[in-house]
Ligand binder design. Structure first.
Ligand SMILES: NC(=O)c1ccc[n+]([C@@H]2O[C@H](COP(=O)([O-])OP(=O)(O)OC[C@H]3O[C@@H](n4cnc5c(N)ncnc54)[C@H](O)[C@@H]3O)[C@@H](O)[C@H]2O)c1
Length: 414
């Protein structure tokens, strides 16, 4: 079975590589020539554990090919996965320009009736627009739920595969065969429900994070320890322990964009999206919280060196889109600080941890990379060379050990 994948970013590349690994014959297409050049040499343009390892045998077997020609991608297969970006516009609405441009190319080059599988995250109702843009072709809404950092595993063993389509046994059977070998239950539904499921899932997760972060702020004021609280709250089987980790605020390429997109859909259709709106506001405020908290404790950033640890929005990825670091650094600079940012993978951060930490008056932890977690208090003290103030927005270090080593330590909600 042949499959074309258009857009070879985090989602498209993982989709293409995983489908090829279970025996599909895949052609991945991207307009970015540099990306395709690298991919042809089995070099992944993104940092994603296990991806190159997975790609290699399929490339050798000829089951995974890369191309910049959209015409070839459109004529290669009757099943076309669309995996291009759907970024936010200024007003929070979703920009479908990349999707539209792919649809135009499909119309221009299609020689047969296609099954166009929309993997990009698109607002509920988009399938109707797609039906107008792609007359005569079948539209399948198949949102992706993978997490960067564990994307290969998430794709090969997903919690669920959501496939929205107009009832059509032939297309349904083809989609079933596309996913043969992927170990996840398939949920067939209508297009609108599939589109909605993606936004509802991301908004729910974002809401949990925003909620526990507000609880962490209240713990700071009341003397409760959020790490105990979240464990005991999460022990309730109705609630569960996941996505209750306090931190510097959610970021990345999905939660901020998708909550804004969902709010815009609420506005388009009238009912107020009060919870989603509150989640967005709470998170925006919370991204500033670690800096505000330190200032509230009397830390003056003026002319001080601040080491910010982490630029990626979470560990095990090089994705920095909407990372809390992008909020924290300008705040620190506005307060007069001289900021140095370290990240082991994400660019353009400094690669030398020792340089970044040396002589730092303040150290702020934004991303819980293992290389920071593994630092013991005395090594850290040697690296900074002074009794710095620590703002540990991820609670990765032990407060007692930090104090013993001479630091002034502030965590998040404890
Ligand atoms: N990144 C994630 O974790 C994730 C998870 C689930 C869903 N999604 C959704 O998947 C979609 C893609 O996200 P991403 O993170 O992979 O984006 P990305 O920016 O990493 O990749 C998009 C790719 O599409 C390419 N592209 C743009 N226009 C093109 C065209 N006309 N023809 C060929 N290629 C084109 C770009 O060059 C780029 O390589 C978005 O809608 C996103 O919301 C992302």
């Amino acid at each position: 079975m042949r499959i074309s994948v258009i857009g070879t970013g985090y989602v498209g590349l993982v989709t293409g590589a995983c489908l090829a690994s279970v025996g599909r014959d895949v052609l991945c297409c991207d307009i970015d020539e540099e990306k395709i050049k690298k991919l042809r040499q089995c070099i992944s343009p993104i940092y994603e554990d296990g991806l190159e390892h997975l790609m290699w045998p399929s490339i050798e077997e000829g089951l995974l090919q890369f191309n910049t020609s959209i015409k070839e991608a459109v004529t290669f297969s009757d099943i076309i996965f669309v995996c291009v970006g759907t970024p936010s516009r200024e007003d929070g609405s979703v920009n479908l320009d990349y999707v539209k441009s792919v649809c135009d190319s499909i119309n221009e080059h299609a020689n047969t009736k296609k099954i166009v599988v929309m993997k990009s995250t698109v607002p509920v109702g988009t399938h109707k627009v797609l039906a107008e843009w792609l007359p005569g072709h079948a539209i399948v809404s198949n949102p992706e739920f993978l997490r960067e950092g564990v994307a290969v595993n998430d794709f090969l063993k997903p919690d669920r595969i959501v496939i929205g389509l107009k009832r059509n046994i032939e297309v349904e059977t083809i989609m079933q065969s596309v996913y043969e070998g992927i170990k996840g239950a398939i949920y067939f539904t209508d297009n609108a429900s599939a589109e909605m499921t993606k936004y509802a899932s991301n908004a729910m997760l974002a809401m949990r994070i925003a909620f526990i972060n507000e609880i962490a702020q209240l713990c700071d004021e009341t003397g409760a320890n959020v790490l105990h609280v979240k464990e005991m709250v999460g022990a309730d089987t109705r609630i569960g322990p996941k996505f209750l980790e306090p931190g510097p605020g959610y970021g990345g390429s999905c939660f901020p964009k998708d909550t804004r997109g969902l709010l815009q859909t609420f506005r388009d259709y009238r009912p107020e999206g009060r919870l989603v709106a509150a989640t967005i506001t709470a998170n925006e405020y919370h991204k500033e919280y670690i800096v505000n908290k330190l200032q509230g404790k009397g830390v003056d950033f003026n002319m001080k060196k601040v080491a910010v640890l982490g630029l990626a929005f979470k560990p095990e990825t090089d994705d920095t889109r909407d990372s809390p670091t992008h909020t924290i650094v300008p705040l620190l600079e506005k307060a007069g600080a001289v900021v140095a940012v370290h990240d082991p993978i994400a660019k353009p951060a400094n690669e030398n941890l020792g340089d970044v930490l040396f002589n730092a008056d303040v150290v702020i932890v934004v991303t819980e990379w293992d290389c920071y977690k593994g630092l013991d208090a005395f090594t850290l003290r040697k690296l900074t060379g002074k009794n710095s103030v620590i703002g540990d927005a991820r609670n990765i270090w032990n407060p007692e050990e930090m104090k013993e080593a001479g630091f002034t330590y502030y965590g998040m909600g404890r």
